[in-house]
Design a protein. Structure first.
Length: 301
C-alpha cells in the first residue's frame, strides 16, 4: 500500500507486466508506488481493486483524479481508449473514462495508430508528449528502445509517422527458447563484439539468419564465451534494425528514450554511423506526458 500523502492528482503508468503510480502535486512527485499487477495478469474486474490496493493511502482526504496511460487502455485492459491516427499531436484533448464502482475517477490516454504501414503504439504516445514538453520546438526522431522498439518522427509538435521493431522480443525469445540458449548462459558483455556485429548486420542484413546459427557453431567449435555471444546477438539484431530504420535516423536529430544498458547499446550503434544521440530519462518523460494530459483534462472541466 502507498504511503499516506494528499496529492492533487495521481499519475499511473500501467503496462503489461507492471503498475506504477505517482502521487502528484502539480508536476511534483510526492510519492511513488508500484506492483506487478500489470494488464496481462488481470481480468476486467481486477483493475479497480489492483489500483486501490496501491493508492488507497493517497485518498484519505477524498477522491482525486487519476490519469493513466499504457496497456490499461487496450482492448484487453480496463477500458479501450481508441487509437488516434497519425499525423496528430501525441495527446488527445479528451480522455476515456474507465468504469468504477465508487468515487474513483480514472481517465485513460488514447494510443496512436498508423494505417500504412500498419502500426500502433499505446503508452509511448504519453512519453512522446512528455519528451516534447521537456524539449519544446524539437524536431527529429525519437528512438524508444524496449521489447518493441519504436522510431518516431516528430515535427511541429506532432507525430508524423512511426515504425515498430520486435528486436527486443526476438532477443528474449532467441535467448530463452532457441538453440542459442545453450551458448548464452552467464554474465558479461563484449563491447567490441557488439560493434563488429552491428557493422556486419548493417552491411549484410540479408545474412542475419545464417549469422545467428554461426553463434552456436562458434561456441561449439571455438569455445566462444557467453559475453561475446550475447553481445554479438544483440549487435546483429540492432544492426539489422538500424539498416531497416535508416530512413528514420539518417540526417535527423536523434534522441533515445532511456538511460540504461539497452539505450546505451542503441547509442553506441548510432555512434558507429556518426550520429550522437541524446539520452532521455524515461520516467521524467512519462510523468511530463501524464502531467500534460492532466492539465489538458483539467482545462476542459
Amino acid at each position: 500500500m502507498a504511503e499516506r500523502v494528499t496529492p492533487d492528482w495521481i499519475a499511473v503508468d500501467w503496462g503489461t507486466t507492471n503498475l506504477r503510480a505517482y502521487a502528484m502535486q502539480g508536476a511534483t512527485v510526492l510519492a511513488r508506488a508500484d506492483s506487478d499487477d500489470g494488464m496481462g495478469k488481470l481480468a476486467s474486474d481486477g483493475f479497480e481493486p489492483a489500483l486501490m490496493a496501491l493508492i488507497s493511502g493517497w485518498l484519505e482526504a477524498g477522491p482525486v483524479p487519476v490519469i493513466a496511460c499504457g496497456m490499461v487502455g487496450s482492448r484487453q485492459g480496463w477500458v479501450e481508449a481508441p487509437y488516434r491516427s497519425v499525423p496528430c499531436t501525441p495527446l488527445a484533448e479528451k480522455l476515456t473514462t474507465a468504469p468504477t464502482t465508487g468515487d474513483l475517477s480514472v481517465r485513460v490516454v488514447s494510443g496512436l495508430s498508423q494505417s500504412a504501414p500498419a502500426d500502433v503504439m499505446r503508452g509511448e504516445e504519453t512519453q512522446v508528449a512528455g519528451f516534447l514538453a521537456l524539449n519544446p520546438g524539437w524536431d527529429g526522431v525519437l528512438c524508444m528502445p524496449g521489447t518493441h522498439t519504436k522510431w518516431v518522427h516528430l515535427s511541429a509538435g506532432e507525430v508524423v509517422s512511426f515504425q515498430t521493431f520486435m528486436s527486443g522480443e526476438l532477443f528474449a525469445l532467441i535467448s530463452a527458447h532457441s538453440v542459442l540458449r545453450h551458448s548464452l548462459g552467464g554474465d558479461g558483455w563484449d563491447a567490441e563484439a557488439f560493434a563488429a556485429a552491428v557493422s556486419d548486420a548493417m552491411s549484410k542484413p540479408e545474412a542475419l539468419a545464417a549469422r545467428l546459427f554461426g553463434l552456436r557453431a562458434g561456441n561449439l567449435l571455438h569455445g566462444t564465451g557467453a559475453p561475446v555471444t550475447r553481445a554479438t546477438l544483440s549487435g546483429l539484431l540492432i544492426g539489422a534494425e538500424l539498416a531497416a530504420a535508416r530512413p528514420y535516423w539518417l540526417g535527423q536529430n536523434i534522441a533515445i528514450l532511456g538511460m540504461g544498458d539497452q539505450a546505451r547499446a542503441y547509442g553506441q550503434a548510432l555512434r558507429q554511423q556518426g550520429i550522437e544521440a541524446m539520452l532521455v530519462d524515461t520516467e521524467k518523460a512519462t510523468l511530463a506526458g501524464l502531467t500534460a494530459a492532466y492539465r489538458n483534462a483539467k482545462a476542459l472541466t
